[in-house]
Design a protein around this ligand. Structure first.
Ligand SMILES: [Ca+2]
Length: 274
């Protein structure tokens, strides 16, 4: 019993020593730390994993961030990608074990033009034959550290989710509360990562322009569903009659959003069946 325990402990210690001796004292500075060493990306889909703990930041990073405003630009690594076709692409580093930001730019130091940037990833419309710098940074949103184990995927971007919205030409209003209840239908594709539906209602009541704003939760599963939004006037009660409404909806996928915008005049009709 005791012997086997000692053996086990000794074996574990030996393994630990081997592990320490077998790994480098520190991670190396990535070869694509700088613009000049950018790793060329061949065909997509492209995936890579890289230890960026020794990556550095410099003035080129700051130039890119001048138009984006990431909280930090630490541990940047560079990729160079020449698009094969006029197509939308996505660079996604969100699977990394630290908080990343992704920049996509054309040009070179001193004349960068940033096309897209965002936390975790960025998507952009590419032109066949054009070369893009794709830069993954540690944006420090997680509060510290310098880089980590980065995971990057570059591929043709998925299309925006499907989105269809209708707004009913008549809405109910409740004379007690002065609220209007707008309605309609909405369908958004199940590939939507986020979606919303909002409405603004304005109505002239006497000399006053009553305004109100409301929104509702939406479910994106490809099914057309009815929606209602209750709108309370910010500065008075809505009444029966004509009213102007602006409805805005969006459904966003991994890369792009579909948007819906409608401006119309609807009828507010009294609550109840008479
Ligand atoms: Ca760098």
């Amino acid at each position: 019993m005791k012997l086997s325990q000692r053996l086990a402990a000794g074996l574990a210690a030996a393994l630990a020593l081997t592990a320490v001796a077998g790994s480098p004292a520190i991670a190396a500075v990535p070869t694509n730390d700088l613009f000049s060493g950018a790793e060329v990306v061949g065909a997509v889909p492209f995936t890579t994993s890289l230890d960026t703990t020794e990556a550095t930041t410099d003035a080129d990073d700051a130039e890119l961030n001048a138009t984006c405003g990431a909280p930090a630009m630490d541990a940047s690594v560079w990729y160079s990608f020449t698009a094969a076709a006029d197509e939308a692409y996505i660079a996604d580093a969100s699977a990394s074990d630290y908080s990343t930001g992704v920049f996509v730019a054309t040009g070179s130091p001193g004349s960068f033009e940033v096309l897209a940037c965002g936390p975790g990833g960025a998507a952009w419309q590419a032109t066949a034959g054009a070369t893009y710098s794709i830069v993954v940074i540690d944006d420090q949103s997680d509060g510290g550290g310098n880089g980590g184990q980065m995971a990057l995927m570059i591929d043709v971007a998925p299309p925006p989710p499907a989105l269809e919205v209708t707004v009913d030409p008549a809405a109910r209003f409740d004379s007690k509360t002065g609220s209007a209840i707008l309605s309609g239908t909405m369908m958004c594709g199940e590939d939507a990562a986020s979606a919303f539906l909002e409405a603004q209602l304005t109505q002239r009541v006497g000399r006053v322009l009553i305004r109100g704003f409301g929104g509702t939760e939406v479910t994106c599963d490809g099914t057309t569903r009815p929606w209602t939004i209750e709108v309370l006037g910010d500065n008075g009660l809505f009444k029966g009659g004509k009213s102007a409404t602006v409805t805005f909806a969006a459904a966003c996928g991994l890369a792009f959003c579909s948007e819906y915008f409608d401006e119309s005049t609807i009828q507010l009709k009294g609550k109840g069946k008479g």
